[in-house]
Design a protein around this ligand. Structure first.
Ligand code: 13P
Ligand code: SF4
Length: 308
């Protein structure tokens, strides 16, 4: 049986299982194109958390990495949240620690601990508010506190700090390995090959790359910018799964990546087969203890409120 027919069989199976189990599928822009194609909702982290907070369906299948499924469960304790691959994790989500948060709280008065959503529920539990790349500037500006300890991502933190100079930022040394590894010489190569192209970058990229960007934003921000722009060529500095939606929305435009395309292996472990299997067998049911849920729900709810 060829792969296309096989995929169509799995797609049909998933459609039937979704009805049977009263399920919806949420997918991040970094997962494989064939998984984005069968999703009910695709988006950036902020959009997906808003969707997750307001769903009627009994079951949510989250095609993404663990912190995404965990946040969806925290926002929907009464629903079943299934993760196609429990081992799909975000390396950056673990790059901060509770002892340092406590130390910062003792060191600085009037401190807000601002936690990027790409983090474990344990880190959220000890934070005052969550943010995503699309609402971080707005939310930090809205906080009454003078001092901001921003975890885990140092690159997003520096990008936000530059736009909120009235606050004092304390940085944490976390980073996304996928965005940090985008090579400047490869960016210069692709710019030289396509001098007309605009550079659109995710704020998880390092500062020297962001300094060369024409636009900086979340995955949705990048897609909207390219879609609304009169330009025809773009160099995209983020994970290559975003290409699917960029091309769907802009068949007349050209999108280039650096030669070593940024790929998040964890996002790519989510396959159609795994989506089908969790729906079929009810496996990989995300569980969060009551205490962790109650305490990590607060900064997420505050993000949804302040991000409105
Ligand atoms: P956004 O889609 O919110 O921009 O997040 C990027 C990311 O790294 C998710 O893991
Ligand atoms: Fe985490 Fe980076 Fe992968 Fe996003 S791309 S899930 S930040 S490791």
């Amino acid at each position: 049986m060829n792969e296309e027919i096989l995929n169509q069989d799995i797609v049909n199976e998933i459609a039937a299982l979704k009805q049977e189990k009263d399920a919806v599928i949420l997918a991040h822009y970094y997962v494989r194109p064939e998984v984005q194609a069968i999703a009910d909702y695709i988006g950036d982290s902020f959009y997906l958390s808003k969707v997750a907070a307001n769903l009627d369906a009994k079951t949510i299948v989250f095609a993404g990495v663990f912190f995404m499924g965990e946040s969806a469960k925290v926002l929907n304790p009464g629903k079943t949240v299934l993760l196609p691959d429990m081992k799909a994790d975000c390396a950056m989500a673990h790059m901060a620690d509770v002892a340092t948060i406590q130390k910062m709280r003792e060191t600085y008065d009037d401190l807000a601990v601002v936690c990027y959503i790409n983090s474990t529920a344990e880190l959220k539990q000890h934070s005052d508010v969550c943010v995503t790349s699309s609402n971080a500037v707005k939310i930090v500006k809205a906080l009454p506190n003078k001092n901001i300890f921003f975890i885990p991502d140092r690159n997003l933190a520096r990008y936000v700090a530059a736009q909120v100079p009235e606050k004092n930022f304390v940085f944490n040394e976390g980073y996304c390995p996928i965005h940090e590894q985008i090579l400047m010489n490869e960016l210069h190569e692709v710019k030289a090959a396509h001098p007309q192209a605009l550079v659109l970058a995710h704020p998880e990229c390092k500062k020297e790359l962001l300094d060369e960007a024409d636009y900086i934003g979340s995955t949705s921000g990048i897609i909207d910018y390219a879609t609304n722009s009169d330009a025809k060529e773009f160099i995209i500095c983020t994970e290559n799964g975003i290409r699917y939606e960029l091309e769907q929305k802009n068949p007349d435009k050209q999108f280039y990546f650096t030669k070593t395309e940024p790929v998040c292996p964890d996002m790519k472990t989510v396959t159609l087969e795994k989506v089908r299997d969790v729906l079929k067998y009810g496996t990989n049911d995300v569980q969060v203890t009551d205490k962790l849920r109650e305490e990590s729900q607060k900064p997420l709810a505050r993000m949804l409120e302040l991000g409105k």
